[in-house]
Design a protein around this ligand. Structure first.
Ligand SMILES: NC(=O)c1ccc[n+]([C@@H]2O[C@H](COP(=O)([O-])OP(=O)(O)OC[C@H]3O[C@@H](n4cnc5c(N)ncnc54)[C@H](O)[C@@H]3O)[C@@H](O)[C@H]2O)c1
Length: 358
C-alpha cells in the first residue's frame, strides 16, 4: 500500500502509534471533535498487514498491537470503516449510544500506579494505556524507566523513581504529582515487602519493616491521594492484597526446604483488605471508592520454569487447575478504576482461579 498524503501517517512507538493528523481530519463522519464517535468503531488498515486495528477513541492515538507494520519507523494507514467482523449490531449501537460502551473506558483519565514495573504491574500498565488512560508509573530505582523502554510505552506512561517505604519521598511524590498533573482519577498500589524466613527466624525488625511498606506506605499513598480525590468528589483507589490476606498458606504445600509464604506478608495483606473497607466507607459520601484485589497464584516465570513439582502442587490446589497469567489481572484493575464499578467500594475482589472459594 503506497504512501498517500491523504492518509495519515503513524509514527511507530511500539504498540502505541501516534497519528500525525487528528483523526477528525480524515475520518469525518466517524469522528466528532477529534474523537471517534463511541458508537461507531472505525478501523485502520495498515501497510504490510491485512490486520485491522481499532483506534482508541481518544484521537489521535490508535493501538496497533494486533496490526503491526512491516516498517518500524512509519506506517501508512487508511480508515476502512467498521470492521464487518466487529460491526455493532443495531441493538449494540443502541446500548453504545446510551453510554454502555464507555463503562470500561479510561480515556483522558490519569492513573498513578506504584510498584507498577513488576510482573503483574507491567500487564496492568499496558492495559491502562490500551483503555485510554495516561499513566504515572513509579517503582524502585530505574525499574519503571526500564519497563517503559522495554515495553515501548513512552507515549502513554511517565516513569518515576520512588521508594514508597520512605515516607518523606512518598509525600513528595504525591505533592509533586498533584502540582504537576492534578488530581488523578485513580491510584493503584502494587508494592509489597517480605522476608524469606520461617516464623521462628523472623525478627521483630523484619516484621516492622515489612509492615511499613505493606501497610503504612499504602496508607500514606491512599490517604494523601484519596483526600485530594475527595476534594474533587471523585476517584478510585485500588490496593493489591493477596489470597494470603484471606487464607493461610497450607503448610503441606511447602515441604522443606521450601518456605511457606511468610507470615508478615499475609498479615499485611489482610490489613490492606480492612484498610480498603475502612477507607471505602470513610470516603463513600465524598465520591471516592477504595477496593482491594487479591491475586491468587501468579508465580514469576523463573519460578514456573525451575520448579515443576511446585507448579504441579499449585495447579492441583487451584480449582481451575492452573496458575494465572499476568494479563488476567488487568481486567479487574480496569473494572475497579472505571465507571463499570461506580457502585463498588470497600470490597475485596479475588482473582485467584477459585483458590479461596473452597
Ligand atoms: N504474583 C503473585 O502470585 C501474587 C499473588 C498475590 C498477590 N500479589 C500481589 O500483587 C502485587 C504485584 O506483585 P508482582 O507479582 O507483580 O510482584 P513484583 O515483585 O513483580 O512487583 C512488585 C513491584 O513493587 C515494587 N516495589 C516493591 N517495594 C517498593 C517500594 N518500596 N517502592 C516502590 N516500589 C516498590 C517492586 O520493585 C516491583 O516492581 C503485589 O502487591 C503482590 O503482593 C502477587
Amino acid at each position: 500500500m503506497k504512501a498517500s498524503s491523504q492518509w495519515p501517517r503513524l509514527i511507530d512507538q511500539g504498540s502505541i502509534c501516534r497519528l500525525t493528523a487528528p483523526l477528525a481530519e480524515f475520518c469525518s463522519g466517524l469522528a466528532v471533535g477529534g474523537a471517534l464517535r463511541p458508537d461507531w468503531p472505525a478501523f485502520l488498515q495498515c501497510r504490510g498487514t491485512n490486520s485491522l486495528s481499532q483506534p482508541d477513541r481518544q484521537s489521535p492515538r490508535c493501538d496497533l498491537t494486533e496490526a503491526r507494520s512491516d516498517d518500524p519507523a512509519e506506517t501508512d494507514c487508511r480508515p476502512v470503516g467498521p470492521s464487518p467482523r466487529l460491526a455493532l449490531s443495531k441493538a449494540a449501537r443502541g446500548l453504545a449510544s446510551a453510554g454502555m460502551s464507555s463503562l470500561f473506558d479510561l480515556t483522558g483519565r490519569d492513573i498513578w500506579i506504584v510498584g507498577g514495573a513488576g510482573y503483574l504491574g507491567t500487564a496492568v500498565v499496558k492495559a491502562l494505556v490500551q483503555h485510554g488512560a495516561t499513566v504515572r508509573c513509579a517503582d524502585l530505582a530505574d525499574r519503571a524507566q526500564t519497563m517503559v523502554e522495554r515495553e515501548k510505552l513512552a507515549a502513554g506512561v511517565t516513569p518515576e523513581t520512588l521508594d514508597a517505604g520512605d515516607d518523606a519521598e512518598t509525600l513528595r511524590f504525591v505533592r509533586d504529582g498533584l502540582a504537576q498533573r492534578g488530581v488523578p482519577a485513580g491510584l493503584v498500589v502494587m508494592t509489597y515487602k517480605s522476608f524469606p524466613k520461617s516464623v521462628s527466624a523472623l525478627q521483630p525488625a523484619d516484621f516492622d519493616a515489612a509492615n511499613h511498606v505493606n501497610l503504612t506506605s499504602s496508607f500514606i499513598l491512599a490517604r494523601e491521594v484519596g483526600e485530594a480525590m475527595a476534594e474533587k468528589g471523585r476517584g478510585s483507589v485500588v490496593i493489591f492484597s493477596s489470597m494470603y490476606g484471606t487464607v493461610a498458606p497450607d503448610p503441606g504445600m511447602y515441604p522443606a526446604p521450601i518456605l511457606p509464604n511468610p507470615i508478615e506478608y499475609g498479615v499485611g495483606k489482610a490489613g490492606l483488605q480492612q484498610m480498603a473497607r475502612y477507607l471505602g466507607v470513610h470516603w463513600a459520601p465524598r465520591g471516592v471508592r477504595c477496593n482491594t484485589i487479591s491475586p491468587g497464584p501468579f508465580p514469576f516465570p523463573s519460578m514456573q520454569e525451575g520448579n515443576p513439582e511446585w507448579m504441579a502442587r499449585l495447579r492441583a490446589h487451584c480449582p481451575m487447575g492452573r496458575v494465572g497469567r499476568p494479563d488476567e489481572m488487568a481486567g479487574t484493575v480496569i473494572y475497579l478504576l472505571a465507571d463499570a464499578s461506580s457502585y463498588v467500594t470497600g470490597h475485596n475482589v479475588a482473582v485467584d482461579g477459585g483458590w479461596t472459594a473452597w
